[in-house]
Design a protein around this ligand. Structure first.
Ligand code: ATP
Ligand code: MG
Length: 422
């Protein structure tokens, strides 16, 4: 890939996370290429490629099963990286008041955020717009050398996450960088440079201005890539969690035990990822939003609503408030609500045979266990359902659906129902 570009007369390097991870001795997750070739030129060189992104154009080149992201050197004026190039989602230039600079195509929101970014530059300029020094290393495969235009190699050795340039300014340009700092600190076990820590304390509120769709992608990278529990601790420490999930942070403050549910779900996901098992955002969001949902539900029940009505209303209220900050795509919101809905039925142990065949049963059952592990007293419901699935527990006679179902009763292997939870 790099060679093809070079043979065509363009400068090109491996860059970013892959170089960093290789130098740290970790297997890189994916490969990014940085080149002097413009997106159109890259596209012309590789048959299996497409240009993605509106504000920040990059080229996805397919290589075997992998997709390699090829980006063009950007000028110093263009921090870039301010949207997800894949979806082109994010803060849209059209949605915000913008002021267009005369000669360049970079567009600045009045808030100081860079919105559009296609100013091309040299490799050195490209290095300066990268977020952290350890992410700004360029590998030249021909010379087998690493180009470092700041202090990346040194910081890598010191396990220090240092912002390229002035931290406060870089965080103002793109507040997501603060979240990335937390992510890399947790993932790499690096210390965040004290200047950056101080800038986070001053700039962290800007995170509220990041587009909800982009935040969703960031949240998944933060919490569902194997270091969720540790990341959560850091998010709390830097007082960022309360900006991302304000209702949850508030509910945890009031009922500290609820924190166990969140950490338990994250630990669960971390374990599953370590064992190469699938994880779903639905389960994680169910846990993250459970504390405020319960609080709201109790409030509504106190006003005389039935438990079922209160649950539905509380679910809607909590989700509506949360999606203003972080999008929860319907494909995750729906199963999340189902996990919540089923809690009530699992607790009351009604119609077990019908319930175990519910597509969301396994996730809901895992969630029930998680609640018990977090310290909720559910009268042994988790244990009861465990035995139920092993065929050791006869369905409760008072269950209306139990009678006809009993005739069809057959043994269901433990864990036989498909799990997509936790
Ligand atoms: P990971 O291993 O998680 O993929 P990464 O460092 O490769 O880590 P990416 O999100 O894939 O992270 O981004 C690739 C590179 O692009 C980064 O290493 C960094 O140089 C640059 N980059 C990404 N996002 C930003 C940003 N918001 N601001 C500045 N530079 C960024
Ligand atoms: Mg990467």
């Amino acid at each position: 890939m790099v060679r093809t570009l070079r043979n065509a007369g363009f400068e090109s390097y491996l860059v970013g996370g892959c170089v960093r991870d290789l130098l740290l001795g970790h297997p890189p997750k994916d490969f990014d290429v940085s080149t002097s070739a413009h997106p159109g030129e890259v596209h012309d060189l590789f048959r299996r490629s497409r240009i993605v992104g509106r504000r920040f154009q990059i080229v996805h080149v397919r290589s075997g099963r992998e997709i390699i992201e090829v980006s063009t050197f950007r000028g110093h004026h263009s921090p870039g990286f301010d949207s997800d190039p894949d979806t082109g989602e994010g803060t849209d230039a059209e949605e915000e008041p913008v002021e267009r600079s005369r000669q360049e195509s970079a567009v600045c929101a009045t808030s100081g955020m860079l919105l559009r970014d296609n100013v091309f530059g040299t490799v050195e300029e490209d290095a300066l717009r990268r977020d952290f020094t350890v992410n700004g290393l360029y590998y030249d495969p021909d010379a087998n050398t690493v180009l470092d235009f700041s202090t990346g190699v040194e910081d890598l050795g010191a396990r220090l996450l240092r912002v390229v340039g002035d931290p406060a300014q870089r965080f103002q340009e793109d507040p997501v960088r603060m979240i990335r700092a937390i992510r890399f600190a947790a993932k790499l076990d690096f210390v965040i440079d004290p200047f950056a820590v101080a800038a986070i304390a001053r700039c962290r509120h800007l995170i509220e201005g990041v587009a909800a769709a982009r935040m969703f992608d960031e949240i998944l990278k933060l919490l569902l890539t194997g270091k969720g529990e540790k990341t959560f601790g850091l998010l709390e420490h830097h007082r960022i969690f309360e900006l991302l999930f304000p209702a949850t942070a508030d509910a945890i403050r009031r009922v500290p035990m609820q924190r166990n549910l969140v950490t338990g779900a994250l630990r669960n996901s971390d374990d599953r990822i370590a064992r190469d098992r699938p994880v779903t955002p639905a389960f994680l969001f169910a846990a993250l939003l459970w504390p405020p949902m319960v609080r709201r539900m109790q409030l509504l029940e106190g006003k005389g609503e039935t438990p079922v009505a209160a649950l539905h209303e509380a679910s809607s209220d909590v989700i509506t408030a949360q999606v203003r900050l972080i999008t929860i795509p319907r494909r995750f919101a729906t199963p999340m609500r189902e996990i919540w809905d089923l809690q009530h039925r699992l607790e009351s142990r009604r119609s077990p045979l019908r319930l175990v065949s519910h597509p969301r049963f396994r996730a809901a059952y895992d969630f029930l266990l998680l609640r018990e592990q977090a310290g909720e007293d559910l009268g042994g419901a988790g244990e009861w359902w465990t035995r139920q699935q092993a065929g050791e527990e006869p369905p409760l006679p008072r269950s209306p659906e139990a009678a006809p179902a009993r005739k069809r009763r057959r043994r269901r292997p433990r864990g036989g129902a498909r799990s997509d939870g936790g």
